[in-house]
Ligand binder design. Structure first.
Ligand code: SF4
Length: 701
């Protein structure tokens, strides 16, 4: 008999609802959930192909120690012993977890609790550091909290949607479908795309601003100055609800229209039109994603955007506001539980003694991390130089996805003790594990995820666990038991963890900050199982609500006001005569991250089957490479060899290459091997969009 289960897509941050049906003979089919408020039945190519990616080929079916099969008991005993020994011998800063936006919130919660409350270190970071940590830092500076005020419906209600550093058509396809449909329904609606590349998203743009890489700060600082000089500032709003306007304007006033033209490389007519649209349109949403976040000035870019929305009071109202789009399915859930090295649980601040005390008392934990831990790039540097003695990597493949990927691989190889929890045995990272632990995959695991619009949805199991695979939270809790923390980790179900997470969000009014799902504390298994998608906050006592953050003009700094941040355009051109091209890495429509799952679908690979680099036709002529010829892209770190795709969508002097492929596909297919570890100074997010490289026709030796 057929069994249909409502669950959530495990790929991008749109967080679409999926109905998975297991038919006779165990054949799985998927379709969009018409009742899910994020996608109303739509799915993109990746979501539609989910059933093609869940076979058992390549799965880890039992724990392994040193490549040999082992029992759970012996593997977990060894992990506990090694972490205990490292902490006893070298202190809590000698251990680290590197986790993932693929984890469910319940997994994330347990990992964060164990590291911060029981090991006493904050060395837990996540691949979400590579995704949206600049937005987190920008929100905290401006709002006093990491609050995303936007909803997907705002894009449909706006009269002007600005997409900056966001290839929505390929990276958040269902949200793009919703926007395109709204634009068709409402012909007066305008879309502006700001991106050095003419991506597929630009196809629906009324105005495409092909700015030079990383010049977004100049563009939005110039806009801020333009708003002031054109009397477009909402003075009442600024006076009542913000501070820091004068300092921010003093900085912006030094950036003239001519400066913006020079820095961005835009034609004056286009820049004037953009500024006119922003000045004269009431309902504006500005969406931003990796093109903003993955930059050495990512946090300043975010605040330059927020300044313009605060100056005009266009925030906290239907169809108006800044909107950071998360890349991963549970990047937002990770933020809620504090699964980043510089955050505490439930949006509390690790820098605050009061917050640390509150969390420690709630957990009844022996210790609490006193200071922020190592962010991703620093964490792997600490692995490389031997400071980290025991490392646990969960649900991610940093050997392909981290910048300076070759150095990350060497660091992991040299580490004293590495645990990898994953579903596949042969990932580039898993092959270096001393202990390999089989995790549950999509369709097997059960918990919650939160999407870009703060909507919490259930991922439900509809397949039996293969072999001895177990949930990530269970693995962590078992290690905690073996390290002497049995009482604090006595979970039997994800519902119990979710309940505790909800209770912490409301503990001693902690949730007055912003994140509060107190209504769900004490949730029973049946209610948890039946949870329908909802947006936070949902404080105790509120039956049903969808709050619009900042609607009352209140923010989360101590004085209740938002902050303007004085930001200054930085030097953005990294090229030099040896490395004259600018490389920008990103995603393609039909693959997800390092392709460990989407790579299984022949249908998905039929769109683009090989790693490639997009080049402008004149650049291709200059380096002597033809379409589909091999091009070698080189930085001081190394080189990658991929096929040339010659297109006028690419600006002269710039190259785009996807980050999905690895060296298992072909020698030198891994583009992140040429990307250096330059990071934003506030967020620690790596800058993957503006890398100086050389490019030449590849000649086989
Ligand atoms: Fe999945 Fe994102 Fe596609 Fe929705 S848009 S189906 S969440 S990959």
């Amino acid at each position: 008999m057929e069994q249909a289960v409502k669950t959530t897509c495990p790929y991008c941050g749109v967080g679409c609802g999926v109905i998975a049906t297991v038919g006779d003979g165990g054949v799985v089919s998927v379709k969009g959930d018409p009742d899910h408020p994020s996608n109303y039945g739509r799915l993109c190519s990746k979501g539609s192909a989910l059933a093609e990616t869940i076979d058992l080929d390549g799965r880890i079916l039992h724990p392994e120690i040193g490549g040999e099969p082992a029992s759970w008991d012996s593997a977990l005993d060894l992990v506990a012993a090694k972490f205990s020994a490292a902490i006893a011998g070298h202190g809590p800063e000698s251990v680290a977890f590197y986790v993932s936006g693929q984890l469910l919130t319940e997994d994330y919660y347990v990992a964060n609790k164990l590291m911060k409350g029981f090991f006493g270190s904050a060395n837990i970071d996540t691949n979400s550091r590579l995704c949206m940590s600049s937005s987190v830092a920008g929100h905290r500076r401006a709002f006093g909290s990491d609050t995303v005020p936007g909803t997907y419906e705002d894009l449909e209600l706006a009269d002007l949607v600005i997409l900056t550093g966001s290839n929505l058509a390929w990276c958040h396809p269902v949200l793009y479908q919703r926007l395109a449909a709204a634009k068709e329904r409402r012909p007066g609606m305008k879309v502006v795309v700001i991106d050095p590349r003419r991506t597929m998203t630009a196809d629906i743009a009324d105005l495409h601003l092909a700015i030079r890489p990383d010049t977004d700060v100049a563009l939005f600082v110039g806009l801020f100055a333009h708003l002031v000089s054109n009397n477009a500032v909402d003075q009442n709003y600024v006076a009542a609800h913000t501070s820091g306007f004068a300092e921010a304007f003093a900085m912006a006033a030094g950036v003239s229209f001519g400066d913006v033209l020079e820095r961005t490389g835009l034609p004056a007519m286009q820049l004037r039109e953009f500024y006119r649209l922003f000045t004269t349109t009431k309902k504006i949403v500005t969406c931003y994603s990796q093109g903003v976040n993955q930059s050495s000035s990512g946090t300043d870019k975010v605040n330059a955007i927020l300044n313009c929305h605060l100056a005009t009071g266009r925030i906290g109202k239907p169809g108006m506001g800044p909107f950071s789009l998360t890349g991963q399915p549970n990047a937002m859930g990770g933020r809620e539980v504090g699964g980043l090295a510089n955050m505490l649980a439930a949006h509390m601040a690790i820098e605050s003694a009061e917050d640390r005390d509150r969390v420690q008392r709630f957990w009844a934990s022996p210790v609490i991390a006193e200071k922020p831990g190592l962010k991703a790039v620093d964490l792997f540097q600490a692995v490389a130089d031997g400071r980290i003695k025991a490392l646990w990597i969960m649900a991610t493949n940093p050997v392909v996805s981290m910048p300076d990927a070759g150095a990350v691989e060497a660091a992991i190889k040299a580490c004293h003790f590495v645990v990898v929890s994953d579903i596949l045995k042969e990932t580039d990272t898993a092959r270096h594990a001393h202990v390999l632990l089989p995790s549950l995959g999509w369709g097997e695991k059960s918990g919650t995820v939160t999407n870009s619009e703060r909507r919490i949805s259930r991922q439900r199991a509809f397949l039996a666990a293969p072999g001895a695979a177990r949930a990530d939270w269970w693995q962590l809790a078992e290690v905690a038991h073996r390290m002497g923390f049995a009482d604090a980790f006595a979970y039997e179900t994800p519902a119990e963890i979710f309940s505790e997470h909800a209770a912490l969000s409301a503990f001693e009014n902690a949730g007055s900050r912003d994140f509060d799902i107190g209504i769900h504390q004490g949730i029973g298994h049946h209610t948890y199982d039946a949870l329908t998608p909802f947006q936070w906050p949902q404080p105790a006592g509120q039956v049903s609500m969808e709050t619009r953050f900042f609607a009352d003009g209140g923010f989360y700094h101590a004085d209740g006001k938002a902050r303007f941040i004085a930001v200054e355009p930085a030097e953005t051109d990294r090229t030099n005569p040896d490395y004259p091209f600018t490389l920008n890495t990103g995603r393609i429509r039909d693959q997800w991250h390092t392709m460990t799952r989407t790579g299984k679908s022949a249908r998905l690979s039929s769109h683009i089957a090989e790693p490639f680099a997009e080049l402008h036709p004149r650049d291709a002529i200059e380096i002597g490479v033809g379409n589909a010829g091999l091009v070698e892209i080189e930085s001081p770190l190394g080189s990658a060899v991929v096929r040339a795709l010659i297109t006028e969508r690419q600006a002269r002097g710039s190259i785009f290459a996807p980050m999905h492929w690895n060296d298992q596909f072909a020698a030198k297919a891994r583009i992140d091997a040429v990307v250096p570890s330059i990071v934003d100074r506030f967020s620690g997010q790596p800058a993957s969009k503006n890398v100086a490289v050389a490019a030449r026709r590849f000649k086989a030796q």
